[in-house]
Design a protein around this ligand. Structure first.
Ligand code: F6P
Length: 372
């Protein structure tokens, strides 16, 4: 039987859903029955720590301990329980092999060749998939799987990790509500999401937040204060405000935590929640606190939806490998698992459409859904 080696890696920020996808890539590639039908015996190598593992390759047998290899053979027994766990068993990094200040792409190309990989399955968000696309232009057979709690990739209605993150936001806000109500407090909850407001919007909708602030619509703090006072006059005892880390005051810019950028050129966002809490305290004299959910949103076990989507995406990725239909990202569109060219995914973001998905009067989710 013909033999073929596939590499798999996870890049960028971790999230729930990565391990289910890895598990189903391995199970589908190594499935006995399917191997006979395909006439090809696949081997799957797990690449450690994202692109970094392909830059500094330490293959098995190099005299290192198993945990130090950067390319590890995976089998069904190894991945059997992985879908229950969050994060990524392969490790990840924000390493950019095409970083203009230190281009390491030649090492990646050489190591893919050295490992004898027919294809590389890349589970990532916009940055990781941008690297994947550049590699396809250099002749590497790549398949992408979309993941990011930000849900900001175009050409797919779902990215792994998003639904688990929404569940976490909802649960944490449920907890805040009991203490907020007891003290008549306002809590400003800051979510992640970079330039995209999906986590704040859908997390705020799921938890019934009073105000939701998103990067796609610059807000006025005076209007936030007015809405709160109006709510209090109407009898509310406490308020939950959800704000995306990338949200901006009208005429202002996004808040950053430090001055540096990562190897893909991104700033670390954060701090808008505390600013809003302070402004509300000062203007309304109401007790107002902020909570930054931060990496809690990326942690913990994947919810049922991320386990299922990880499974479907993993299986579809191997379908593409078998068909030798490379340079594509598996995708979920209009209720169906499908595949789209990587070229169409990179270089743009899927953001909230304010006109149809946001209520600029209430600073909240829309209150009419069916169009007339
Ligand atoms: O892209 C995913 C994400 O969680 C963003 O929402 C957030 O801004 C960023 O990653 C945080 O990155 P890091 O974990 O490197 O601080």
């Amino acid at each position: 039987m013909k033999k073929s080696k596939i590499g798999i890696l996870t890049g960028g920020g971790d999230c729930a859903g990565l391990n289910p996808a890895i598990k189903w890539v391995v199970k589908t590639a190594l499935d006995d029955r399917l191997q006979w039908e395909r006439g090809t015996q696949y081997e799957v190598l797990g690449i450690r720590d994202g692109w970094r593992g392909l830059i500094n390759l330490e293959p098995a047998g190099a005299g290192l301990k198993v945990r130090e290899y950067s390319a590890v053979p995976l089998n069904q027994e190894i991945v059997r329980t992985w879908d229950r766990y969050g994060g990524t068993m392969l490790g990840t990094s924000r390493t950019n092999p095409y970083n203009p200040r230190d281009d390491q792409s030649k090492a990646v190309l050489a190591n893919i060749k050295k490992l004898g990989l027919e294809a590389v399955i890349v589970i990532g968000g916009d940055d990781t998939l941008k690297v994947a696309y550049k590699l396809t232009q250099e002749g590497v057979n790549v398949i992408g799987i979309p993941k990011t709690i930000d849900n900001d990739l175009p050409e797919t209605d779902y990215t792994l990790g998003f639904e688990t993150a929404l569940n976490i936001i909802t649960e944490e806000i449920d907890r805040l509500r009991t203490t907020a109500g007891s003290h008549k407090r306002i809590f400003v909850v800051e979510t992640m999401g970079r330039e995209a407001g999906w986590l704040a919007l859908e997390g705020g909708e799921s938890s019934g937040a009073f105000i939701i602030l998103i990067p796609e619509y610059d807000f006025s703090i005076e209007k936030v204060n007015e809405l709160i006072l109006e709510g209090r006059r109407g009898g509310s005892r406490y308020d939950i405000i959800v704000v995306a880390e990338g949200a901006k005051l009208m005429g202002g810019s996004e808040f950053t935590r430090d001055v540096g950028v990562d190897s893909f050129g991104h700033k670390t966002l954060g701090g808008i929640g505390e600013l809003i809490a302070k402004e509300i305290r000062e203007s309304t004299k109401l007790e107002s606190r902020s909570v930054v959910l931060s990496h809690l949103q990326r942690g913990g076990a994947p919810c049922a939806y991320d386990r299922r989507m990880g499974r479907y995406f993993g299986i579809a990725a191997i379908d593409l490998v078998v068909r030798k239909d490379f340079g594509k990202m598996v995708s979920y569109k209009n209720g169906k698992i499908t595949a789209v060219p990587l070229k169409e995914v990179i270089g743009r973001l899927n953001l909230v459409d304010v006109e149809t998905q946001y209520d600029i009067e209430r600073y909240n989710g829309r209150r009419t859904i069916l169009s007339t």
